[in-house]
Write a protein that binds this ligand. Structure first.
Ligand SMILES: [Zn+2]
Length: 439
């Protein structure tokens, strides 16, 4: 039988199951570093399918390289929740302390190594429970208040499991190694770097990562768009200022006022000059400072993010911002601390890998967008994986899997057309087969 037909038949026969899995992940949505139940379920399913090696816990993310990890207390509370919500008893203990994520490895002898990235985390969004919202009407809306799959990572996780099952069905025809990376904490761009730092992208020859994307941008029949464009490099910081409190009227000169350092910082961050290499973005999202009306403020925390059209432009903004913050602190006699809470590089897909995806997707009957570089606009930490692969001479691409969405991404009424699940599985599997079939 033609292998592309076999891929399609296999995917069609498991689609119902994959939709069920997506809805289960949707219902038990877990945001970054809390994906404990999700990871344990993925590890269980990969093991049962017969994936050769299933990596969990500290084997996946390098512990100290994880960014934006929640408090110990929140991690404990969510572990307990994951236990109560039916996390797999064998694999759940590995996720303690936020050691989430799973990597499945399928070994098919000599040949290239193909890596595929599926992110699995939910967002800090309160899901709409109105009957007009399908997940609520059909009983699979999030039971975890304040955590919601509002941009489709539930579908990504399900696509990854579908890819595992489908490639196992044609394993005899494949040559090389497949790495299925189920990445935690993509939101806030916090997780990918810690997987790269554990060496999982070293030696990878071909790499694909994807995201579901609203169909309206591409036209009715387009199933996938390989490539990337407009995805910004970014660095997220929590900035702390420490000063000295004093009576605001009696002895203001005895204080070191962090409020002034904050104000100086904000005005000057937004004054960073533009860069000829591309667009930049700067945002001060939150400021918390001070303790009382008549007290010179001695502690402040700011949440800021910086972005650039390329990694180089982002680096420029970061260096400038560091100077601004350091100078603002010094000006007012305060000390400061900057903690990196997340980061991503710009996405630069390789034409050769885009062409692989395009040709393969067409062989399984999917319509591929005419342009190679669909607009993105946000940031993606899959960029760390791509960059590592490219640095070592491998090739990589991003891919958008299209779906009619009921609301914009990150909205509390977001839902997707589940046709994106089989389409995504087919595109991934056909590409892997094309690369790994015997020449
Ligand atoms: Zn997303």
């Amino acid at each position: 039988m033609n292998m592309y037909e076999k891929i399609n038949q296999t995917v069609d026969s498991i689609t119902e199951e994959l939709v069920k899995i997506r809805r289960d992940f949707h219902k038990y949505a877990e945001s970054g570093w809390f994906e404990m139940r999700t990871s344990s379920v993925i590890a269980r399913k990969l093991t049962e399918m017969g994936v050769d090696e299933v990596l969990v816990g500290e084997q996946v993310c390098k512990k100290e390289e994880r960014m934006g990890v929640p408090s110990e207390e929140a991690l404990k509370k969510n572990y307990q929740r994951a236990v109560e919500q039916g996390g797999d008893p064998e694999f759940l203990p590995y996720t303690k302390g936020g050691m989430t994520g799973v990597i499945g490895i399928i070994k098919c002898g000599e040949g290239p190594t193909v890596a595929m990235r599926f992110d699995i985390d939910a967002l800090g969004v309160i899901e709409d429970q109105d009957e007009g919202h399908r997940p609520a009407a059909e009983g699979f809306s999030s039971v975890n208040y304040g955590m919601m799959h509002a941009c489709g990572h539930d579908a990504h996780a399900s696509i990854g499991l579908g890819v595992a099952k489908t490639l196992l069905a044609i394993k005899e025809q494949l040559h090389g190694t497949i790495k299925l990376i189920f990445q935690p904490a993509e939101e806030g761009v916090r997780g990918a770097k810690s997987i790269v730092e554990n060496g999982h992208l070293d030696g990878v020859d071909f790499c694909i990562g994807s995201h579901v994307s609203d169909l309206s941008k591409e036209g009715e029949n387009v199933a996938v768009s390989p490539g990337s464009h407009g995805s910004l490099a970014t660095t997220k910081y929590d900035v702390y200022f420490h000063g000295v409190s004093a009576h605001a009227a009696e002895c203001p000169e005895a204080g070191k006022n962090v409020m002034l350092a904050v104000a100086t910082t904000i005005m000057n961050l937004y004054s960073i000059p533009r860069h000829s290499g591309g667009a930049t973005r700067i945002n001060v999202g939150t400021v918390n400072a001070g303790s009382g009306r008549n007290v010179i403020a001695d502690v402040a925390k700011m949440e800021i993010e910086l972005r650039g059209e390329t990694t180089q432009v982002n680096d420029y903004v970061v260096a400038y911002a560091k100077n601004v913050i350091e100078a603002a602190a010094k000006m007012h006699g305060c000390t400061y601390e900057m903690r990196v809470m997340g980061g991503a590089q710009s996405l630069t897909s390789d034409k050769a890998m885009i062409d692989h995806v395009r040709a393969a997707a067409e062989k399984v009957g999917l319509t591929v967008s005419a342009a190679d570089s669909p607009q993105n606009g946000g940031s993606e930490d899959y960029s760390y994986m791509m960059t590592r692969v490219q640095e070592q001479g491998g090739i990589a691409t991003f891919m958008r899997v299209h779906s009619k969405c009921s609301a914009p991404a990150h909205n509390r009424r977001f839902d997707l057309d589940e046709i994106a699940i089989p389409n995504g599985v087919k595109a991934f599997c056909a590409t892997a087969y094309d690369i790994m079939k015997q020449m």
